[in-house]
Design a binder for this molecule. Structure first.
Ligand code: NAP
Length: 441
């Protein structure tokens, strides 16, 4: 007998799990299922369009997908095409790798006003996620406030201020490039509720802000401490010292050096979004950091803006048929084990933190748990035969690996000079490519 495993979600956590399973059990059969027609999840829809090198991990994932023991089922929504319970009936083990694709809310008055968007929606929009391509934000403003001081906040700021030339060799879709590059944005305020030492961005991303063609970073020297103090690991101290060093170089830059500015504003917690139906400003309370926490000082100020991007973290949604911890926004799990034959990896297991590679150990742990719990022989469940039979009964077509390769080839063919691909994003366009190829072949 062969162990049959279904992995729900084809982002990094899903692929690292498949990879680890292939290494751990030379005979297992793995099916990677995704609700979208395209694989790679966050790599395709989360990584910034101008960070193509970060997407190189897709090559390794493509090798994993090509393994003869792995099948891909795209455009199959677990919860819609079939239930999680049905999937568990068919497979010895099911691994949830569905990530955290939604926006965390700010939880302050005025958040529902037009012109306030979450970073997940905004990033998905400029990355051609099929569910978000029509959510064009109104960018007709000179001033944008980004709330949060993580790498997503930096990505959003950078994409908003880079020139068309800086974005030419990227897969930023035309429908997003036009409004972004036509927007009158001159000032982007990235506002952190704590200080520069507590900021979450990594140094490479921060440094990049000092090397933009038309935009100069700004920060008040008064917000930058002389040294990093407090208890922390040596590694954390080094990262924070590097960030401080980079921010010091920003403090020396002149505001009028360039037509655009990104302002790093620290010690300011958002308390209200102001305006009528549309946002006109954000009201902040100044803070100080006590024992690592932002504490309000009672002093308030406002930043006028026509767009607010809340980059305060992502959120997972419950998966029907799996227990969910609403407080922590994760599937209830014991180090990855959810229930008999059910496992979780990545952001749905441990929350939306860490970089792409942080998912690797999750994959290794899940592979080990599956083998420890079920053994390499599995429980004799039918796996993909039953899945395909059920999908056919329900009249569902799926995107397999060859189909995806055709879509990928069409995207590469259509790319402008120097750009890696021109993403397809409409269901009918995906299907048109597949139908054309099927008719031709
Ligand atoms: P993040 O790193 O957790 O940053 C979230 C930011 O939002 C923090 O500055 C946080 O401040 C702030 N925040 C949270 N709630 C807030 C509130 N109510 N009011 C004001 N500020 C609030 O999350 P992320 O930027 O979404 O990134 C998610 C993960 O993806 C991270 O691990 C990140 O490193 C990774 N990522 C990596 C890259 C890259 O490597 N290039 C690119 C994108 C994303 P506090 O610290 O005070 O809570």
């Amino acid at each position: 007998m062969t162990l049959k495993v279904a992995i729900v979600g084809s982002g990094p956590a899903g692929f690292y799990t498949a990879d680890a399973l292939l290494k751990a059990d030379p005979a297992c059969q793995i099916d990677i299922i995704d609700r979208l027609p395209t694989p790679y999840g966050l790599i395709r829809f989360g990584v910034a369009p101008d960070h193509e090198k970060t997407k190189n991990v897709m090559r390794g994932f493509a090798r994993t997908a090509s393994n003869e023991r792995v099948n891909f089922y795209g455009d199959v929504d677990i919860g819609e095409a079939l239930s999680l319970d049905e999937l568990r009936e068919m497979y010895d083990a099911v691994v949830l790798a569905v990530g955290a694709a939604h926006d965390r809310k700010l939880g302050i008055p005025g958040e529902e006003k037009a012109g306030v968007v979450g970073s997940a929606s905004f990033v998905n929009w400029y990355n051609a996620h099929p569910d978000f391509v029509d959510r064009t934000p109104d960018l007709d403003t000179s001033s944008v406030v980004i709330i949060g001081a993580g790498n997503v906040a930096i990505d959003v700021a950078r994409v908003l201020v880079k020139t068309p030339a800086e974005m030419a060799a990227t897969d930023l879709p035309d429908y997003a490039a036009e409004p972004i590059h036509g927007a009158p944005i001159s000032d982007v305020y990235m506002v952190a509720r704590r200080g520069p030492v507590e900021a979450k961005f990594t140094n490479v991303e921060l440094r990049e802000m000092g090397h933009l063609e038309q935009c100069v970073p700004q920060v008040s020297a008064a917000d930058l401490p002389d040294e990093v103090t407090g208890e922390m690991s040596d590694r954390d101290r080094r990262v924070r010292e590097k960030n401080l060093g980079t921010l010091r170089t920003f403090a020396d830059r002149e505001a009028d050096e360039m037509p655009k500015r990104v302002h790093f504003v620290f010690f300011a917690s958002p308390v209200e979004i102001l305006g009528g139906e549309r946002v006109e400003a954000v009201r902040f309370e100044r803070t100080r950091v006590e024992n690592g926490r932002a504490v309000g000082t009672g002093e308030h100020f406002e930043i006028a803006c026509g767009l607010v991007v809340a980059a305060v973290g992502y959120l997972s949604m419950p998966v029907d048929g799996a227990p969910f911890d609403h407080k922590w926004g994760v599937v209830v799990n014991d180090a990855g084990r959810v229930g008999p034959g059910l496992y979780a990896v990545g952001w749905i297991k441990r929350g939306p933190t860490g970089v792409i590679g942080t998912n690797k150990p999750d994959g290794r742990d899940a592979a080990q748990q599956i083998l420890d719990d079920l053994g390499a022989a599995g429980g004799g469940k039918p796996g993909r035969e039953a899945l395909e039979a059920l999908l056919r009964t329900r009249g569902r077509r799926w995107v397999d690996l060859d189909d995806w390769r055709r879509i990928e080839a069409a995207e590469i063919d259509a790319a402008a000079e120097g750009a890696p691909r021109k993403k397809l994003y409409r269901r009918e366009d995906f299907l048109a490519v597949l139908d054309e190829q099927r008719a031709a072949g």
